[in-house]
Design a binder for this molecule. Structure first.
Ligand code: IPE
Ligand code: IPE
Ligand code: MG
Length: 253
């Protein structure tokens, strides 16, 4: 009983925190979903959910950094999200210029390095300016890589990679045999990042939504009903603990 009350008091799920330094995933990706439904459930407009979701980015980034995660990729805007009402798209495109000035000092103090994947083409100038400034500002940092997937779609990423390789073959720079499972990663927007160990999706949807299709081949998956603005450090630890308890067999026995 005492332990149960202790749990409520600390608001930590049973089982404690993940084991530091032991089998911590190198690369975690999150499909940050459910902002709109979270706002609705609180009687607010969808954009209020996006702002709350933005605030949660720092919380989870710091938790990942403290655990020793090397790279955290966050799905912020998909190539399909352009189909949303213009007003919502405009709001989302302004979030980087709100987020970075607010959080950059703390990110820097924690040695976090910002990176982006997705197509620059199509993104507004002001969005790119905010992201580029943060990338420039943190380029010497050696801690957690915080990788924002912005105007990202995995099919697009794969096509662009294949097209680039085809161009190199055409120009005689490469031979078709040069394309292997190892070298193909170099043609993708996740180039240089560690293998993706763990994917988390919030909000109860159980799908991939055009996210990192190649990289996910042997990634461990974690789905939760919690909406992104309410996805706390404790929820994050729960996913990490689950990961730590899994046997990754890669087809072997
Ligand atoms: C995720 O929340 C954020 C983005 C896709 C930009 P949603 O906006 O998809 O929220 P729901 O899924 O409609 O609740
Ligand atoms: C995926 O969420 C994209 C992001 C979180 C940025 P969506 O809400 O756009 O995905 P669907 O439409 O439910 O598949
Ligand atoms: Mg959604």
């Amino acid at each position: 009983m005492d332990r149960l009350f202790g749990w409520f008091r600390n608001k930590k799920p049973p089982g404690g925190e993940p084991i530091l330094g032991e089998n911590v995933p190198k690369h975690v990706a999150i499909i940050m979903d459910g902002n709109g439904r979270w706002a609705r459930s609180h009687g607010m407009p969808r954009i209020a959910g996006h702002r709350a979701g933005m605030k949660n980015v720092k919380t989870i980034t710091m938790a990942a950094n403290d655990l020793g995660v090397k790279a955290l990729t966050l799905y912020a805007f998909s190539t399909e999200n352009w189909k949303r009402p213009q007003e919502e798209v405009d709001f989302l495109m302004k979030l980087p210029q709100e987020f970075f000035p607010l959080e950059i000092d703390e990110l820097k103090a924690n040695n976090v390095r910002i990176r982006m994947m997705g197509e620059r083409e199509g993104l507004p100038e002001h969005t790119l300016r905010a992201v580029d400034a943060a990338i420039e500002d943190t380029k010497h940092n050696t801690g957690l890589i915080l990788n924002f997937a912005l105007n990202y779609g995995s099919r697009r990423e794969l096509l662009l990679g294949m097209r680039r390789f085809a161009e190199e073959v055409k120009s005689g720079e490469r031979d078709p045999d040069d394309l292997t499972e190892a070298t193909f990663g170099g043609y993708l927007q996740s180039e240089g990042l560690p293998e993706l160990d763990l994917l988390i999706r919030t909000s109860g949807e159980v799908r991939i939504s055009n996210f990192m299709l190649w990289q996910l081949a042997y990634t461990e998956l974690w789905f939760t009903d919690v909406y992104w603005p309410e996805f706390s450090e404790e929820h994050f630890y729960e996913a990490i603990r689950s990961y730590q308890g899994r046997a990754r067999r890669y087809g072997k026995l």
